[in-house]
Design a binder for this molecule. Structure first.
Ligand SMILES: Cc1cc2nc3c(=O)[nH]c(=O)nc-3n(C[C@H](O)[C@H](O)[C@H](O)COP(=O)(O)OP(=O)(O)OC[C@H]3O[C@@H](n4cnc5c(N)ncnc54)[C@H](O)[C@@H]3O)c2cc1C
Length: 496
């Protein structure tokens, strides 16, 4: 219990540091909105409040706002945001609730805007655009687009939400079309003063660019217009399960994927990952595969992955992507304590092995924690993906100019009980910072920290580089001159 209390203190500190007015404010911020929309506010004890509190992947992110505001249309968000900022009310915005960054999509003592009801899914098959509401989960978007044999540059897991489209976005289509943020053509944005704008290449282009990586610093997104692409009648996809016997080969294949398959055969997609299960003391891997072509056999570029020992293999020809997203998501559920951390390196075969060995040893030392699981992924960003981003108007991630494939290094730890979280998360942070330092010493570290997989105290925006930080500041001053999204809303903030 003591640890839970101290974790919550940490959370409050994180939120309060972005929201100094939390304790002193006299205004009843929930009542301000309730006066206008009495049916759309849920207080503690109500079924709406209980449901929304359960809509977080990590239990560390299920905090205790004074109320949830659950709007249905953009005008309601606009009115509420105008009221909240005018009265210096702390608030948060939640879409799918899958970020593990504490205090980003939730708060204690403020208002949380839950975008649950924003379920627009309109596919324009002529112009190849999907207009989607931020309350969708990716399986819903896949299903809507599958009906037209089209697919967007979306996350790979069914229940993950559209917040992914604000950070970077790793997807089945990355090798061919670049990052998710670079394939959003327009966003409807509620600004801090309650006005609504469309940010696109033609309308507020500075805001459009800033939102390609700038996260939750500029407004509430109430609609995303994303590109969708044709795919053949069937594609090849599924999940391959591996056990310990595959692990000696896994990093070599992962390296090959980074520098060869992902670069030279752009129809490929693999999400290389392994997990250590504290209950069994074993490593295992559930690796998603996709080949965006109508054929019954894996191409030569991916064949080595099924030449090593595997346990199950569901790769098949399929007409739809939505079922693949469910298959990937199987085994991920809400309610455990989760911490994700990430850093970026240049792909390097030897270091890939070293990282796996070190993280395996770290994970083994925590196997005694109830429900312990450690997950590690290595995911490529190729120079071509960065070029696609430039072709699509540029983003603020600071990746331009890379000549070799980068590897996003993901490390997640899970504990069943919040009581174990403080100690585990602190050790995890220390381990990752140490590993990052080793990468730096080897000359393999890239400064980029991917928003999507970051922890609340990783310096994400800073990692985009001084020019991008200066640009983001300039855009924030133009669209949010009072700094409401900086001071009232948590999450990854632009450094001042
Ligand atoms: C099981 C799992 C699988 C994942 N798979 C992938 C993957 O395949 N590819 C990938 O790139 N990432 C993946 N991620 C990471 C994912 O991109 C992030 O967690 C992302 O933030 C999830 O979005 P969300 O809407 O679910 O999160 P939320 O927690 O609801 O939101 C995340 C952040 O965005 C802000 N935000 C969300 N929506 C809005 C909005 N409309 N307006 C303003 N601010 C908003 C929130 O305030 C919060 O700060 C995965 C995560 C998990 C747990």
């Amino acid at each position: 219990m003591a640890r839970t209390a101290s974790l919550l203190a940490l959370v409050s500190a994180a939120v309060v540091s972005a929201s100094p007015l939390l304790e002193t404010r006299q205004v009843d911020c929930c009542a301000l909105i309730e006066n206008v929309y009495p049916d759309k506010i849920s207080y503690p004890g109500s079924s709406g409040y209980v449901t929304e509190t359960g809509n977080y992947w990590s239990s560390t992110c299920s905090l205790a706002p004074n109320c949830y505001f659950i709007p249905d249309v953009t005008a309601e968000v606009a009115t509420a945001v105008g009221l909240l900022t005018a009265n210096s009310c702390t608030f948060s915005v939640r879409a799918g609730g899958h970020h593990s960054s504490v205090g980003a999509a939730g708060n204690t003592g403020g208002v949380t805007i839950a975008l649950t009801n924003f379920k627009q899914r309109d596919i324009d098959p002529v112009n190849n655009i999907a207009s989607i509401g931020p309350g969708n989960r990716f399986h819903e978007v896949y299903t809507a687009a599958d009906a037209y044999n089209k697919v967007g540059v979306l996350g790979r897991y069914a229940q993950v939400g559209t917040g992914l489209l604000l950070g970077a976005g790793l997807s089945y289509l990355n090798n061919l079309e670049g990052l998710s943020v670079d394939n959003v053509v327009a966003r409807e944005v509620v600004l801090a003063n309650g006005t609504v704008v469309i940010a696109s290449a033609d309308s507020h282009p500075d805001l459009h660019k800033a939102l390609k990586g700038g996260g939750d610093n500029f407004g509430v997104i109430t609609r995303y217009d994303i590109k969708v692409f044709d795919y053949p009648e069937t594609i090849l996809g599924g999940l391959v399960t591996y056990g310990e016997e595959a692990m000696p080969f896994y990093d070599d294949l992962t390296y090959h994927y980074h520098v060869d398959a992902a670069v030279n055969d752009k129809l490929t997609h693999i999400l290389p990952q392994w997990g250590f299960n504290g209950a069994t003391g074993q490593r295992e891997s559930f690796t998603p595969f996709l080949y965006l072509n109508q054929q019954s056999q894996l191409p030569p570029s991916l064949q080595p992955w099924v030449d090593i020992p595997w346990v199950h293999n569901t790769i098949r020809e399929t007409p739809d992507l939505a079922p693949l997203s469910f298959e990937n998501h199987d085994g991920y559920f809400n309610g455990d304590a989760q911490q994700q951390r990430t850093f970026t390196i240049f792909a390097d075969r030897e270091f890939f092995h070293e990282i796996s060995e070190r993280f395996h040893a770290f994970a083994q030392s925590w196997a005694h924690i109830e429900g312990f699981y450690a997950l590690h992924c290595k995911m490529p960003i190729t120079p071509y993906m960065v070029e696609k981003g430039i072709e699509n108007g540029g983003n603020v991630l600071g990746l331009e100019g890379i000549e070799q494939t980068l590897s996003i290094q993901y490390f997640g730890v899970t504990a069943k009980n919040l009581e174990d979280a403080d100690e585990l998360f602190a050790a995890h942070e220390e381990f990752i910072e140490n590993l990052r330092e080793i990468a730096r010493e080897k000359g393999l570290l890239h400064r980029y920290i991917m928003w999507n997989y970051s922890a609340f105290n990783q310096a994400v925006i800073d990692s985009y580089g001084a020019d991008n930080v200066a640009f983001l500041k300039q855009v924030a001053e133009a669209y949010d001159p009072t700094g409401a999204f900086h001071t009232l809303v948590g999450g990854q903030k632009i450094p001042q």
